[in-house]
Write a protein that binds this ligand. Sequence first.
Ligand code: HEC
Length: 145
Amino acid sequence: MTRLTAKIRARKAVAVALAAASAIAVASGCAQGDIDVDEANREGAILFNERCSGCHTFDRANSYGSKPEGQLAGGELTNGPNFNVRRVNREDALYAIRNGGFSGAIMPANIVMGEEAEKVAEFLDQYSGEESGGTDVQAGGEQTP
Ligand code: HEC
């Protein structure tokens, strides 16, 4: 065997090993860190982690983007409501996704669309507000105009 084919073989082996490792990570659900939801909502949670975690905190999606706990006003504009405490139903979540939050001023609209938006909304409906169960705007550390 020439040195070249030996090198190619070695590379292939590494590629196969990597592919196997990532398949295991996906199968065990730890690709996105500590996402703790039932199977039906896993995709929604992963989408939330990927697209929404920059501005929203939500333990269920391993996301820590909101302003620090207890800080209610005067924070960064990217500090969206904390969904551990802020409860949103499916309708409201879809509204916020399509219109960019409720004010339309800060959160970008249509970060997820179609079926993906439905999945994220369903996930929020199932799991948001676990720490309070309320829809009080201030509960999520949100700034009111
Ligand atoms: C660039 C930052 C940013 C990103 C990214 C972002 N949001 Fe927001 N979001 C905000 C801010 C700020 C608010 C509060 C102000 C408003 O409603 O306009 C908000 C409000 C919301 C609300 C309304 C909650 C309430 O108080 O009733 C929902 C629901 C929501 N976001 C869901 C999402 C989802 C789902 C994603 C990902 C697809 C997402 N957001 C991505 C910044 C963001």
